[in-house]
Ligand binder design. Structure first.
Ligand code: ADP
Ligand code: AMP
Length: 212
């Protein structure tokens, strides 16, 4: 089996759906956003380079991201493919990926712009395990206790504010959205309506995975 790409605008629900897909397929989740935030937290050179782009909601330059993913795909656990979340985001990234990895399926989670702002501005996640929640749409079952790991510390991303969301959406429409056609032409694109309850979306995705 090759790799799977989770595709869609920021806040579409890629990270939310990634857990079930990883569990079903056994593919490790590779989120470029998470990798960049880890680099930033460590104060590495890569993090420093990416910082200004991430803070302003622009895409980090292709060569930086392509290098990062190329290295990640060399690691032992990536031998049977990975679940890519947030990559590729430009045609150049998709072309670079094509040279090093087979993509079996691209799951495009489709959500209208007007839903994105409310999703992103209410997002928070567990500081221990990274499980993603929402103030209104996906609360923890017990207040302030993570459903997945029982941790009690939660974080909000610096770039999850209305101003940055607008720039991220603009970057998405200009640079990333054209990739849907690119993958459609290669017959690997599966579109799913992401403007529905989380469980319904997950069931549709898992049904498609079974039919692969
Ligand atoms: P992405 O990884 O695509 O940026 P996330 O998975 O982090 O998106 O989801 C963004 C926010 O929207 C989170 O707060 C999450 O809890 C919430 N969310 C995810 N899927 C849905 C859904 N189907 N309906 C409502 N809110 C959702
Ligand atoms: P995300 O966690 O996917 O929402 O990404 C957060 C930020 O990291 C984005 O707004 C970009 O600045 C940067 N980023 C993540 N993945 C990529 C990518 N594939 N290409 C360029 N920039 C990226």
């Amino acid at each position: 089996m090759g790799s799977i790409v989770l595709f869609g605008p920021p806040g579409a629900g890629k990270g939310t759906q990634a857990t079930a897909i990883s569990q079903t397929t056994g593919l490790p989740q590779v989120s470029t956003g998470d990798m960049l935030r880890a680099a930033l937290a460590q104060g590495s050179e890569l993090g420093e380079r990416a910082k200004v782009f991430m803070e302003s909601g622009q895409l980090v330059p292709d060569e930086v991201i392509i290098g990062l993913v190329g290295e990640r795909l060399q690691e032992d656990d990536a031998g049977d493919g990975v679940l890519l979340d947030g990559f590729p985001r430009t045609i150049a990234q998709a072309e670079a990926l094509q040279d090093i990895e087979t993509v079996d399926l691209v799951i495009s989670i489709e959500v209208p712009d007007e839903r994105i702002v409310e999703r992103i501005c209410g997002r928070f996640s567990c500081a221990d395990c990274g499980a993603v929640y929402h103030d209104t749409f996906n609360q923890t079952k017990t207040e302030e206790i993570c459903d997945s790991c029982s941790g009690s510390e939660f974080i909000r991303r610096d770039d999850d504010n209305e101003g940055t969301v607008r720039s991220r959406l603009e970057a998405y429409h200009h640079q990333t959205a054209p990739l849907a056609d690119w993958y459609h032409q290669r017959r690997v694109l599966f579109r799913v309506d992401g403007d529905r309850p989380i469980d319904e979306i997950r069931d549709d995705i898992l049904a498609t995975l079974k039919s692969l």
